[in-house]
Ligand binder design. Structure first.
Ligand SMILES: Nc1ncnc2c1ncn2[C@@H]1O[C@H](COP(=O)(O)OP(=O)(O)O)[C@@H](O)[C@H]1O
Ligand SMILES: [Mg+2]
Length: 268
C-alpha cells in the first residue's frame, strides 16, 4: 500500500500535537504529484493577504475538493494552476515544472477549466466542441464530436443546437465537452454546478467521476459539502487565504479549526 499526501499550510500551532500535518490517503498504486504548490502568496493592491503561503501537493488522478467561505481565496488559488492568475515564479509546479515557465496556451490545454456559468461561443454545439482542436489545426470528425457529447451526458440531438436553445445545465455540459475535447490532464472546476438543476448537477458529477477513471486529476471548488462528499477523494478547507484542514470527505466532522467548524456547521 502506498500513500499520497496533501500537505497543510505551515501556519499551524506546532505545539498542537493532535493536529496532523499530513493527510495520508491509501492508494493501491504509487501516486505521483501532479501539482506542487509551495508558499503561494497573493496580496491585494491594498496589501491585504488573499493567499497566505499555501502549500499543497495534488496527487495525480485524484479529485481534490476545496471548500470554504466566500472570499477565502478559492477561485484565486484555482486560477493559479492554469495561470488565469499569474502566480509568483517558483510557487506552482506541474509535473515538477514551474508553470510560469511553460507555454501558457499549452498549459491551458492540459489544464482545462469550467466556471460557474458556461459561456458558449457562437455557432452550434458541434462548433463549440470542435473549437479547441480546430485551434491546433485538427478538425474533429462527427464521430469524435458525438463521442465527446456522450462523455458529457448529452445525446446526439444536441449536435446542431445553438446556445440560446440550451438550458444553463445543458450549456454547462457543452462547455465540459468542449474542455474535454482538448484531452486535458487536469480539470479545474470553480463551482461548476452552483447554477444548475439537480439533474444537470448529477450529469456533471457523473462526468467528473468517469474522468477520474481515465486518470484525470481534478480540483473542484464547491460550496456544496454534499457534492464534495459525493465526488472528492480529499477535501481542503480554505479559510481566509489559508488551508486550515485537509480531510477525507467522510471525516469533515473531525475538522478542528474554529473557522472551519463554523463554516461546516453553517453549511450543513
Ligand atoms: N484581482 C483582485 N484584486 C483585488 N482583490 C481581489 C482580486 N481578486 C480577488 N480579490 C479578493 O480576494 C479575496 C478572495 O477572492 P476569491 O479568490 O474570489 O475568493 P472565493 O473564490 O473563495 O470566494 C476576496 O476578498 C476578493 O475580493
Ligand atoms: Mg470563487
Amino acid at each position: 500500500m502506498h500513500t499520497a499526501s496533501i500537505q497543510l499550510s505551515q501556519t499551524f500551532n506546532d505545539a498542537d500535537e493532535d493536529r496532523e500535518k499530513l493527510l495520508a490517503i491509501d492508494v493501491e498504486e504509487p501516486v505521483e504529484t501532479k501539482f506542487r504548490v509551495r508558499n503561494l502568496t497573493k496580496f491585494s493592491e491594498g496589501e491585504m493577504a488573499i493567499l497566505k503561503g499555501i502549500d499543497m501537493d495534488v496527487p495525480r488522478g485524484m479529485i481534490v475538493g476545496i471548500i470554504g467561505p466566500s472570499g477565502s481565496g478559492k477561485s484565486t488559488l484555482l486560477r493559479a494552476f492554469n495561470r488565469l492568475w499569474e502566480p509568483p515564479a517558483g510557487t506552482v509546479f506541474m509535473d515538477g515544472k514551474d508553470v510560469c515557465e511553460l507555454d501558457v496556451i499549452s498549459l491551458r490545454r492540459k489544464v482545462g477549466m469550467l466556471f460557474q456559468l458556461p459561456v458558449l461561443f457562437e455557432g452550434t454545439v458541434a462548433d463549440n466542441v470542435r473549437y479547441g482542436p480546430q485551434l491546433m489545426g485538427r478538425k474533429l470528425s462527427d464521430g469524435e464530436v458525438y463521442k465527446l457529447l456522450t462523455l458529457a451526458n448529452l445525446d446526439s440531438s444536441f449536435y446542431n443546437k445553438i446556445g440560446s436553445e440550451l438550458s444553463v445545465g445543458q450549456a454547462q455540459r457543452v462547455a465540459l465537452a468542449r474542455t474535454l475535447a482538448n484531452d486535458p490532464e487536469v480539470l479545474l472546476l470553480d463551482e461548476p454546478t452552483s447554477a444548475l438543476d439537480p439533474i444537470s448537477t448529477q450529469n456533471i458529477e457523473d462526468v467528473i467521476l468517469k474522468s477520474k477513471q481515465q486518470s484525470m486529476t481534478t480540483i473542484i471548488v464547491s460550496h456544496s459539502i454534499k457534492q464534495i462528499q459525493r465526488v472528492a477523494d480529499v477535501v481542503c478547507l480554505l479559510v481566509d487565504g489559508e488551508i486550515v484542514e485537509v480531510l477525507k470527505p467522510n471525516n469533515l466532522a473531525q475538522a478542528k479549526h474554529p473557522m472551519a467548524l463554523r463554516f461546516l456547521e453553517l453549511s450543513s
